[in-house]
Write a protein that binds this ligand. Sequence first.
Ligand SMILES: Cc1ncc(COP(=O)(O)O)c(C=O)c1O
Length: 404
Amino acid sequence: MKIPFSPPRMDKKIIDEVIDTLNSGWITTGPKTKLFEKNITAYGGHHATLCTSSGSAGLELMLRWFGVKEGDEVIVPALTYSATANVVVHCGAKPVFVDVQEDFNISVEEIKKAITEKTKVIIPVDLAGFPCDYDKINALVKDKRIRKRFQPETKEQTDLGRILILADAAHSIGAYYKGQRSGNLTDLTIFSFHAVKNLTTSEGGAVCLNLPEPFDNEALYNYLCIKALHGQTKDALAKTQIGNWQYDVIEAGYKYNMTDIQASMGLVELQRYDEDMLVKRKHIFNSYTRALSNYDWAQIPLYEDQDKRSSYHVYLLRIKDIDENMRNRIMKFIFNKGVAVNVHFIPLPMLSYYKNKGYDINDYPVSYDNYSREISLPVYYDLTDKMVEIVIKAVVDSVEENFG
Ligand SMILES: Cc1ncc(COP(=O)(O)O)c(C=O)c1O
């Protein structure tokens, strides 16, 4: 039996909703995208939501909105997917990597050391769906001494008066921190609806707006609709209204809008997300934990504590006292038993582009340690209890065949 790593959940409900959109005569941004945005806002508890073509597009759009440019610095964890840092590079700014903690999330102590006069944004990443320490991160940027060092260069930066927190919540829709959902934990939060994510629209993303006064999140939403559509003052649907064809372009904007085909998948996914998808994922996490806790070599990931609850996106198993080569060897054994596993992620300073820029993995020992001993196990809606048992057996046998 072959067990894939993360196939999407595609059932009749999703297919019917997509077909309904295809038959509706409107397939790009339109009523379903607007409804999906409203539903995400109600779900997250933040002020407004802009759906985008991807999570990356959402991240970049908001860096550009804040005026991030050459000469600026953006603090990013060393252990994340490349999108988190690539968008900073697109803006001409410098990603400043900081190390993570044992729980895979960015270290607030390391953020403190990395802040300079050039820091404009911090991008915490809720890796695998486990929320970062938002109280500490939010408090840090409001700290008087850190505020004093902030040097605003745009109206948005002046209005905020401090470093912006742009949460990369690509993995964490539905996660909780102190009773609040991801989306409502800091200034701006970005979800990804990529095909392997908990909630998918095939590709897609969302910007959750939650800015403090003097910002008007509703007004910002209206502006971002324009910014995400080439700076055009009317979208395609508005232009089809009788006599409404004229438009203006107020800036050289981007093409980051979500389509109604994507949104139709998202509408179905979100409606059953808590009661169905999250319950299933939590069950799989707990099954792995129950079985693997019996082995001394298994380091069980943290996915719930008194303040936080994960979205159960990726199960980050670590094997104690092994090196990267042994991890790779164990993964090979697991693959040979018909089970697909993965690694989240290769730290960015180890990847050619960033290595060639002078970043050195030796500066990020916890990121390296987490990475070198980590094996991500499959978690998805259609993974049955029988399949979970097969995964567990493949992992246990593969570890024990190597150093049992
Ligand atoms: C941590 C992280 N950030 C950002 C992204 C980018 O999301 P998207 O693929 O929707 O652009 C991903 C996607 O895999 C991710 O894992």
